[in-house]
Design a protein around this ligand. Sequence first.
Ligand SMILES: NC(=O)c1ccc[n+]([C@@H]2O[C@H](COP(=O)([O-])OP(=O)(O)OC[C@H]3O[C@@H](n4cnc5c(N)ncnc54)[C@H](OP(=O)(O)O)[C@@H]3O)[C@@H](O)[C@H]2O)c1
Length: 368
Amino acid sequence: MGGSAEATRWVLASRVETGLPDEKTFRKEAVRLPSLADGQILIRTTYVSLEPHTAGEIGPIAEGATGKALTEIMPPTALGATIAGYVLGEVIESRDRETRVGEAVMGYWGWQTLAVGRVDRSDDGHAEPADDDENIVYLANPDVRPVSYNLHILGELGITGYIGMTHIGKPQEGDVVFVSSAAGIVGGIAGQTAGNLGARVVGSVGSAAKAAYIVSELGFDAAVIHTAADIERRLDEACPDGIDVYFDGVGGPLSDLVIQRLRPHARVVLSGAIADWSASGPSVGPRLYWPLIASRATVQGYYVGDHHDQYEAAYQQVSDWVSDGRLTPREVIIDGFDSLPLAFGDFLGGKHHGKVIVRVGPEPDGWR
Ligand SMILES: NC(=O)c1ccc[n+]([C@@H]2O[C@H](COP(=O)([O-])OP(=O)(O)OC[C@H]3O[C@@H](n4cnc5c(N)ncnc54)[C@H](OP(=O)(O)O)[C@@H]3O)[C@@H](O)[C@H]2O)c1
């Protein structure tokens, strides 16, 4: 290609004050990238992964709402900055002797059609927000098909559900495990992992269609719809003897109800709090000291990045289970770079089951 390339990107035009993003939230613009320096590569984005934490980064992430520790590990997106997020693309030009044109790389350069990168071959790096000058990227596993699975089930998101469930939830055979946002990639894998280990698994979802999906396709034993008016009765019907493990990606009012149903020595894996992303102040609920004291529960905040030493074994197990059908990924692909804002709103609003990715560039032959 030679010379410098022009990319198109979505930037944050207006911070979301409450609820879902709308047409004022994002702005599309062109950006001229620098010419490649020695050791750099030019990447054409193929897929963007849609993830709930983006809502926090573009939302009212006041320290009062989410806490100082969170803004430190997940910095808010500045006005005018590229919307961050995990992406996978194809190398289309290389000034790195070890990287070939056509290779698949992943990183965090976000909602942008092209990016300048440098490949990190160590295995202890971590993703950084998008940078016009240079993004640190990683090689995708070339043996994974479809290649897009590198972004989710056979990548860090897949092992998030697996490691959180096995190392913190620690379900025993016959335990009752409750998983929130069970039709998403993390919840789905967490629930299927617990089922594979012999637990009875109940999931919460936002619709009857998702309830049918997690029971019939993912093999959950039961589903409850968290928006139902009689949610308490449904929880009691689905878990009449209480809950041994709660794997939570949602927080909010649902978690208040689940925690009141914990059995003695239950484990609670706090993996995410989607319900809080759009809150403009601290999340206030019942104070649940007595249910926690009475159940002698262990409640642990969980961040997958703390578990690097378990990644290799986790990748192996997840990959074996995908191969033998004991984990069943469902990928929803939405086409078009221009679709990103709407697709993101639909994703947060619960429209899709499974992992949602947006295909923003041509998919090379043989990637599927
Ligand atoms: N701890 C870690 O290291 C780590 C790493 C990665 C991800 N995570 C967390 O894992 C969780 C799941 O991530 P994911 O990528 O698999 O996304 P996901 O579960 O697919 O998230 C989107 C879904 O969230 C549900 N949702 C949205 N607003 C909600 C609300 N107010 N109350 C209840 N549910 C709501 C909707 O499902 P319904 O239609 O079913 O309501 C929607 O489809 C997130 O909290 C994420 O931040 C944690």
